[in-house]
Design a binder for this molecule. Sequence first.
Ligand SMILES: [Zn+2]
Length: 263
Amino acid sequence: MPIFRVPGPLGVDVPGAGSLGRGPFNINGIHQAPSCGSNGGCDPYHAMQPHYMAHKQSPLDAPEWDGVVNICYDVKGQRFGELMMSLRDSAISYTQDRRAELSRWDEISKARTKRWFNSSDDEIRDYLLPILDSVIRVLKSLAPENFVYDTAENNVQAGCLPGQGMVLTGVLASVCAVDIVEHRIAINMGFFEAPKMGYLYESHSFGFRDSQLLTLIHEVTHFHDVASSIDDFYGVNNATRNVANVKARMNADNLAAYILAIA
Ligand SMILES: [Zn+2]
């Protein structure tokens, strides 16, 4: 199982305890990160949550990012920004591929919409076309600044009250769907544990596991200016079991799995 980690040590900007500021953080907020992954010291919650992938709720909801134990999760660092821009470019490419398929609307394209939305009628093409255009538009607008720590303060800035309104306060990432101007994507610790692309072994085909690439597309679909997608069937395994449900076309992981052409 490939694990992505931001290698430490890294100097990162983190808010101090009780910080209400929106940055830039003062010198007291600059910490030197410990090395990451050697003894699990950066990831204390992971050890307490061995089955966390099965749950939607993050153990981080209460303690939040305090900039001490979690600072190897360097959402504001250069390397993370480069990673996200690489993922963004891949996501755009895959979405453009699906867009071209819908324009052709041939047997391959119809088989793929049937696979993930149980429809190969023209109505599903007409439904998906503007969504794919919106996914591409938002992806192209993303810069490293769009990615933020999953904190109550950041959620409020995105337009959601703490504990409310976020489409999914998950272990990987979340957004506030009404945040259609800034398009902030909150990154949680689980994101760093997911494989970058999620390819099956020695192939360029995707498996059903969560990946960073799938998560990025998943989150973008949540925004109200994209698809207002929901998380009724969380995870590609759930998505594939519920393709016949009328909600499949609104489900974030059905849309993301479709865009990645997961078989
Ligand atoms: Zn979601």
